[in-house]
Design a protein around this ligand. Structure first.
Ligand code: GLU
Length: 517
């Protein structure tokens, strides 16, 4: 199975193009086949310097580099494979040869019409509410007229001659049976006056000569399919299979556009989206697995992707889904990799982190809480610098921590926590010890059995057998915010453990001084 991805080098890699590339990649890989990349640079005016490299880098970063054709080797653009060259601009004699063959067989003709004439023709057609189509004037040129134009080297194009009486039927791998009335098909320009082919001729020639089995491309090409099928027929070649994938849509059902969304793959990667999340997201734009599974690694996709489950209608580009997948994939990175990925950015911000031999422990605390690597320094800040504590932070309406309660809760916390022996200063012990002051429903039974003093709705201090008048939420909020200075942060027990007993009590003391001031 040979599939291809043939971008035009007009700039960055579009997310829609990455999805097309991905589907092609998957189909090749599930058959141990080849995923080929060709550069369609026949529109010289639209070619942008650096675009080829940029596209290849994005594919590499996404994890789906091509096997053949234009590839990146040692960071440079190279061509690999026996069916090259893989830049269309290096294949001009080939297109000329097949255009000549079409002329000879009577399936194409030269057209000398000027742009002005074509413009007027189109205007007249529009005025009559007709679809714009070449009126075949040059097909009716008298022999001498034709010869004199040719000897005078009048600039001209080569057009295909569409047999209007034909009805063209085809099975598309996604859309099923398609029927086209040839009389609605324009006599497409195949070779421009500058000797460059149009997409229509070039891709047919290339897909044939490069032994492509399946052309999977965007739906915008569907209406041109009859032209392509006719060209295969005229050249007496077997056409490949075709599959037209649905458009990506903005929320308002318009075609995905820069105005409403970022569309460049590099932008998503620069923002910190994981390639895994991006590919997972794009795979599901138009394809559904038929199960409730939502997380797909590239390997899962290779195993499960199928064209039968690609939808015909447009697919909504739902950024919320992408963010959700990003969170899921962040959590799946093995801890040591995760720590290694965030370490340089944390060190850049806090040089203290450089000789932190407990970095992994800290990384573990935030892995589930950040969606992007670049959020790590802020999330870990309190480990490397004194947190900024304010009354506004300590007071918490939702947890019912009022200003008056802050100091008494802190005092109690300090009292309780200092009871824990230093060698027991571990998450579990801290939690259990604090927990004893806040009996939860299931524990009430045990407490009763132990005949401990007990009061409904409140907790109690085991050591002194006195009820604790504060809820768990109140106590934990005061502890966590005093230790981290953050609204959102890892949990109180974990942070206390990593900070150590001394530092925990010091921070509580410091906050309490601030609160009583
Ligand atoms: N060069 C075309 C494009 O970038 C390729 C379309 C195709 O896949 O055949 O849209």
């Amino acid at each position: 199975m040979r599939t291809r991805f043939p971008p035009s080098p007009t700039g960055f890699l579009h997310v829609g193009a990455l999805r097309t590339a991905l589907y092609n990649y998957l189909i090749a890989k599930q058959a141990q086949g080849t995923f080929l990349l060709r550069i369609e640079d026949t529109d010289q005016e639209r070619s942008v310097p650096g675009a080829v490299e940029n596209i290849l880098r994005s594919l590499d970063a996404a994890g789906i580099p091509p096997d053949e054709g234009v590839v990146l080797r040692d960071g440079r653009v190279a061509q690999e494979g026996s069916k090259g060259p893989y830049f269309q601009s290096e294949r001009l004699p080939l297109y000329r040869r097949y255009a000549d063959e079409l002329l000879e067989k009577g399936h194409a003709y030269r057209c000398f019409c000027t742009l002005d004439r074509l413009g007027e023709m189109r205007k007249a057609q529009e005025a009559r509410k007709r679809a714009p189509m070449y009126d075949r004037r040059c097909l009716e040129l008298l022999e001498e007229e034709f010869q004199s134009k040719l000897t005078a080297k009048t600039p001209h194009v080569i057009r295909m001659k569409v047999p209007h009486e034909r009805i063209i039927r085809f099975e598309d791998d996604i859309r099923g049976t398609l029927t086209f009335q040839a009389h609605t098909v324009d006599d497409q320009v195949l070779l421009k006056s500058d000797g460059f082919p149009t997409y229509h001729l070039a891709h047919v020639v290339d897909d044939h000569l490069m032994d492509i089995d399946l052309v999977l491309r965007g739906e915008e090409w569907l209406s041109s399919l009859p032209k392509h099928l006719l060209l295969f027929e005229f050249l007496e070649w077997k056409p490949p299979r075709y599959a037209h994938v649905p458009l990506l849509l903005n929320k308002d059902k318009t075609k995905l556009s820069k105005r409403q969304n970022s569309v460049a793959v590099e932008e998503y990667l620069a923002k910190g989206f994981l390639p895994e999340a991006l590919l997972n997201f794009l795979a599901l734009l138009g394809w559904n697995p038929g199960t409730t599974q939502e997380l797909f690694s590239l390997q899962d996709l290779i195993e499960q992707f199928s064209l039968e489950r690609v939808q015909k209608s447009g697919a909504f580009f739902d950024l919320e889904k992408l963010h959700w997948l990003q969170g899921q994939w962040m959590r799946r990175i093995p801890l040591l990799d995760f720590a290694a990925r965030i370490r340089p950015i944390v060190e850049e911000k806090f040089s203290k982190a450089k000789d932190d031999d407990r970095f992994e422990e800290k990384a573990e605390l935030i892995q589930e809480r950040i969606a992007f690597f670049h959020e790590a320094p802020a999330m870990l800040s309190f480990f490397y610098e004194e947190p900024t504590i304010t009354i506004e932070l300590l007071v918490n309406e939702k947890q019912k921590v009022t200003r008056e309660l802050i100091v008494p809760i802190m005092k109690l916390l300090m009292e309780i926590l200092s009871e824990i022996p230093r060698e027991d200063w571990k998450y579990q012990q801290i939690r259990d010890h604090l927990g004893r002051y806040h009996l939860q429903a299931p524990m009430k039974e045990t407490a009763k059995k132990l005949e401990l003093a007990f009061s409904e709705n409140t907790a109690l201090t085991v050591s002194k057998l006195q009820p604790c008048p504060y809820s768990k939420g109140q106590v934990l909020w005061v502890l966590r915010s005093s230790l981290t200075g953050l609204q959102f942060s890892p949990g109180a027990y974990e942070v206390a453990e990593v900070l150590g007993k001394e530092e925990t009590l010091r921070r509580l003391d410091r906050s309490s001084a601030l609160a009583s001031a």
